[in-house]
Design a protein. Structure first.
Lengths: 93, 450
């Protein structure tokens, strides 16, 4: 069994049109498959979390991170991508 | 896969509660550099470190980006320099080589300008201790330590006298920066060989060629967790700290394993630590106050710290495969906003801090004392602290700064992680005759354990 390499993408900021579409597009262009999406909006504050599969990327992790950062600056939201091991280490024995 | 609320919990710890990895420290043995020519020795030391640690900072930054957790410092520790300078007359060229290697590799600090003299001093040890003021005043990133006592060997009072004098000279030599040099010198009892924290890190003679160790940090996370159990009995407090320490340490273990893999260097240890910074929300003192004390330093502080220190270890120990270093809660005065406030308002005194060192991870740390404190008084402070370590079979240490020209109530500013500290009083009565005796305080009866 090959271990799937996963990451968590979080997007936080004020809600506006097309955030999910644009984030998904960057991921698609990087060869990243989205496994799970969760999204909440409280008082216009947008909070999205995606779990993505990094096993067949077409670019490096750093490049993907740069593209997401750039998109975050354009759209005015904070976008982060972190490898999932940190969450697993902290919450699973 | 973890739950979504757990992901948010982790993000909250990193963003709001200042969870970070305090340091990745690469320990490098310098035994293979030994030779009897000072210049060649310095050149070998420099190239050994520059080569071995060339990717340390790069890998540290890579891990920060990928896991989204701050790694505050990248550091190097080396074999105690007195052990490799037995055949050369002057250890100062090695101090300069270490500092240059630290600059070259881009690390924040390099530790190991050290001597282990608990039983007695070699000529090389003496030369090194006497050279510390010059070494630390002319370098930027070099840190130094001297182990003057151990439970097995007793207390070397001759070395303690020399160390008191070195601290005074060092303060004078760095008086333009309020005696900042003294922040880079630790005098230990029962020093450990795999400590990743500065200023006391060195790569012990019992270690292998190279190892990478990690020190974690997370006082803010513990404080926040305790806010949720206000008024509950101490059993609940202890359990809450254990669970939190487990999570914090798991991050350290992950980073240590990844760093070891990517640097192709054996994993050393994870130090189960709570290390404060001067930032608001990153204070060990505030954890003690969260337990119900009006101010850190008041009656109850030693008990609160004992509980904290023990629970951090119990929670952390299952989270990592190799525990080491100093492992426990640090109480560096100038690096902890709650300690600074407590000392400034008189709640926290030197005597109370000494009591607290019986139950914390190390000792009297980053404490500014009046500039006119005598070398003998500093030596006597070290002797007291060493006695606590030796009798209680724990590591203790002294890192005090006799701030030149400063009086009680003045503030000393170090900046950055080293913070700022109010100058607190020492006892005015002399210990001169006590320190002038010299010699050796024998090891306690319980050192005879075989």
């Amino acid at each position: 069994m090959t271990a799937i390499s996963k990451a968590v993408v979080t997007v936080i900021g004020f809600d506006r049109k097309g955030i999910i579409a644009r984030v998904s597009n960057v991921l698609y262009e990087g060869g990243i498959n989205i496994l799970e999406i969760s999204q909440t909006i409280v008082d216009g504050f947008f909070n999205m979390l995606m779990i993505v599969d990094l096993s067949e990327p077409t670019c490096s992790f750093d490049e993907l991170q740069d593209r997401l950062n750039q998109l975050g600056t354009e759209v005015g939201v904070q976008i982060r991508i972190q490898k999932s091991e940190i969450f697993e280490a902290m919450h699973q024995i | 896969m973890v739950q979504i609320d757990q992901i948010f919990q982790t993000l909250h710890m990193i963003d709001e509660e200042k969870l970070d990895v305090r340091t990745i420290t690469m320990g490098i043995s310098l035994f293979n550099c030994v030779c009897d020519d000072s210049r060649r020795l310095a050149a070998r030391v420099y190239s050994r470190i520059a080569k071995q640690a060339e990717n340390l900072v790069k890998v540290g930054e890579e891990l920060e980006r990928e896991f989204g957790v701050l790694i505050v410092n990248k550091r190097i520790s080396v074999t105690p320099v007195s052990l490799i300078t037995g055949a050369v007359n002057d250890p100062l060229p090695i101090a300069r080589a270490l500092d240059r290697a630290a600059h070259e590799t881009g690390v924040d600090f390099i530790g190991g300008y050290s001597a282990l003299v608990q039983k007695g001093m070699t000529e090389a040890d003496k030369r090194l201790i006497l050279s510390i003021p010059q070494a630390l005043s002319e370098t930027d990133l070099l840190c130094s330590s001297v182990n003057v006592a151990s439970t097995r060997a007793g207390i070397d009072m001759d070395a303690i006298r020399l160390c008191g004098e070195s601290i005074k000279t060092l303060a004078e030599k760095t008086k333009a920066k309020d005696g900042l040099g003294c922040a880079k010198l630790v005098i230990f009892a029962n020093a450990v060989e795999d400590n990743p924290f500065m200023a006391g890190a060195f790569h012990g003679p019992g270690e292998g060629d190279c190892a990478v160790s990690v020190g974690v940090s997370g006082p803010g996370v513990v404080k926040r967790a305790l806010e949720a159990v206000r008024g509950e009995p101490f059993d609940v407090v202890a359990e809450t700290i254990k669970k939190t320490a487990f999570r914090v340490t798991r991050v350290g273990q992950l980073i240590a394993m990844e760093a070891s893999k990517r640097l192709d260097v054996p994993f050393g240890i994870v130090d189960l630590s709570l290390a404060p910074t001067p930032a608001v929300g990153d204070s060990v003192a505030h954890i003690l106050e969260e337990m119900g004390l009006e101010k850190c330093g008041t009656h109850g502080s030693t008990a609160a710290l004992a509980l904290l220190n023990d629970a951090v270890k119990k929670g952390g120990v299952m989270a990592t495969s190799r525990v080491g270093g100093l492992s426990g809660a640090f109480i560096p005065l100038s690096e902890d906003i709650g300690m600074i406030e407590a000392a400034a308002c008189g709640a926290l005194t030197l005597d109370k801090l000494e009591a607290m060192t019986c139950v914390c991870s190390v000792g009297l740390d980053m404490i500014a004392i009046p500039g006119d404190t005598s070398a003998a008084t500093i030596s006597a402070i070290i002797a007291d602290e060493a006695a606590i370590g030796v009798i209680n079979n724990k590591t203790t240490a002294v890192r005090v700064i006799p701030a030149p020209g400063k009086k009680v109530g003045d503030f000393v500013e170090f900046g950055g992680l080293l913070g700022r500290a109010p100058v607190i009083p020492v006892h005015p009565f002399s210990s001169d005759t006590f320190i002038a005796r010299g010699g050796h305080i024998p090891a306690p009866l319980h050192s005879l354990r075989n």
